[in-house]
Design a protein around this ligand. Structure first.
Ligand code: AAO
Length: 481
């Protein structure tokens, strides 16, 4: 189902990739709620492989060994505390759930909790699953064949046979435990590799979300499914999953990345959406980078923009947040060079806490993109324009400079060129002085950045030099001085 059950005037899911749950709880209270963020995506929370052999890579969390809650991010008690504290301030939590498979073969295969499994013989006592619960070995090496995609192993991860009722029962039990703690929904890992009818059965059988965690009576869990479909003629397509919940629209960030890299002029983006082959707005989870493609895993990696290119990143994320298509998600990363390396850790391999510096940025190796002024403020732009579903006053210079209005509620201009932008543009906004929410924000009635003067006829003289730090300016009715 498609509703995250957010509080009113909230927007955007932030993926706090690999954060400790104690830190997540604090971030809900100190930053996400005060800045009107809607929800959080957590990395997988179930007991998983402890991959000492590879020096504790980030991807060990994608090899579940049991459905008990507890990882390096915290214990089940920490989890429960975090979910209640975030719900109390209106920040919803979705959990990344790995239902398609268990681990690959490792020797030994020891979990975070210390439990031992025998993957080579498909023996996972923690659930328990035994050999009859798995598909016979084959490799998912042919994306032209749906049977192979769904009944074979991706990356040598042992593939659960979800046609077996017992397997689905165990998964329902696991997800209900998460719901019992108050999570609002799930990001379903590798949904493309699970038969949609099996996934739908699991989701249909879940409990309603708990009223005592602030959900309305009868509320159902939100579902965002990871389905990579570039429309290149693979056998599994995203529309097969629309009946269950949202799907990840991977083409979105890939196409925006091409624009920022100058491979496709922004003037073509006036109809960015379904006409580009994207999932319809109501089914699309949109994003620029995710935890895979920011480091060359998954799909779309050559094009996507990450925190490593800050100007392009601010432009691409601002574009997304100002554009009326899909539900937006942004990732909050840890800094990395080696794409396999796990989250920042101490000598005992404990994940390092997210330190908040005096200027509001993060330390200890955490990037905290969601705390960048442009990203926080553009999430608030999306809230200010929620009454609008259309783009009006589209303008382009025939190349890489564009601007648009959101039906008189917000206005954005992007300069994707080395040359200057100096134009009088139609903003569609009522006359007045507005605060540019990229270079600053409205604070105690004053603007901490540049201002935009909108004349009586709704136009504004905009100057955005090619050398400007951000390459984007934006404002909205809630940022009027
Ligand atoms: C690790 C090791 C492996 C080892 C394994 C088992 O790296 O060497 O065999 O353990 O011990 C993550 C990591 C994996 C890691 C795994 C388990 O990324 O490296 O394996 O944890 O620890 C496919 C799936 C998609 C998946 C993606 C990575 O469809 O579901 O691969 N993403 C999720 C998670 C991810 C996680 C897993 C799944 C597993 O987000 O973090 O893996 O739980 C095509 C297909 C896509 C396919 C890609 C990549 O995409 O369409 O479906 O994604 O290929 O195989 C163009 C095309 C586009 C194409 C793309 C790439 O863009 O247009 O269609 O190129 O070719």
């Amino acid at each position: 189902q498609y509703d995250l059950h957010t509080w009113p005037n909230r927007s955007t899911i932030v993926h706090l990739f690999e954060w400790r749950w104690e830190d997540v709880a604090r971030e809900c209270e100190d930053y996400l709620a005060p800045n009107n963020f809607a929800g959080i995506q957590l990395s997988p929370v179930a007991d998983h492989l402890r991959c000492d052999e590879r020096g504790r890579p980030w991807w060990e969390v994608y090899q579940p060994l049991a459905y008990e809650i507890g990882t390096r991010s915290g214990s089940e008690a920490d989890f429960a505390d975090m979910v209640s504290r975030c719900n109390a301030v209106g920040v919803r939590i979705i959990v990344d759930v790995v239902l398609n498979h268990m681990s690959g073969d490792w020797d030994p295969t020891i979990s975070i909790s210390g439990a031992v499994s025998d993957p080579a013989n498909r023996d996972y006592p923690g659930v328990p699953y035994t050999i009859e619960h798995f598909n016979p070995f084959c490799e998912a090496n042919n994306y032209q064949n749906a049977e192979i995609i769904r009944n074979c192993e991706i990356a040598q991860l042992h593939d659960l046979n979800t046609s077996i009722p017992y397997v689905r029962d165990k998964q329902v039990e696991y997800l209900n435990k998460l719901i019992g703690h108050g999570v609002a929904g799930f990001r379903v890992d590798a949904a493309k590799h699970i038969w949609p009818e099996h996934l739908k059965d699991v989701m249909d059988r879940l409990n309603d979300l708990p009223v005592e965690q602030g959900f309305p009576a009868g509320a159902r869990a939100f579902v965002a499914q990871e389905v990579i479909d570039f429309g290149t003629g693979e056998a599994v397509t995203k529309d097969e999953y629309y009946g269950i919940g949202l799907v990840t629209e991977f083409r979105y960030g890939s196409e925006l990345g091409r624009a920022m890299r100058g491979q496709n002029p922004l003037k073509w983006y006036y109809n960015f959406g379904e006409e580009w082959g994207f999932a319809p707005s109501q089914y699309a989870l949109v994003f620029n980078d995710n935890h895979d493609n920011q480091r060359g895993h998954g799909a779309g990696g050559q094009n996507v923009i990450t925190y490593k290119d800050p100007k392009w990143y601010k432009q691409a994320q601002s574009f997304m947040l100002a554009w009326p298509h899909g539900y937006p998600r942004i990732i909050s990363s840890f800094d990395f060079v080696d794409p396999e390396v796990g989250p920042p850790m101490d000598v005992d391999e404990n994940i390092l806490p997210v330190i908040i510096n005096d200027d509001g940025t993060c330390g200890n190796g955490w990037v905290c993109e969601h705390r960048w002024n442009a990203l926080t403020q553009m999430s608030n732009f999306r809230i200010a324009v929620q009454g609008s579903t259309n783009v009006t006053e589209w303008w382009d210079n025939g190349n890489n400079q564009v601007a648009w209005s959101r039906e008189g509620l917000g206005f954005i201009v992007i300069n994707g060129e080395a040359g200057d932008l100096s134009e009088t543009l139609k903003t569609g906004l009522p006359a007045g002085t507005y605060c540019d929410v990229i270079s600053g924000k409205l604070e105690n009635g004053a603007c901490t950045g540049l201002t935009i003067e909108v004349a009586a006829d709704g136009t504004a003289a905009i100057s955005l030099p090619g050398t400007s730090e951000d390459g984007v300016m934006a404002t909205h009715v809630n940022a009027k001085l």
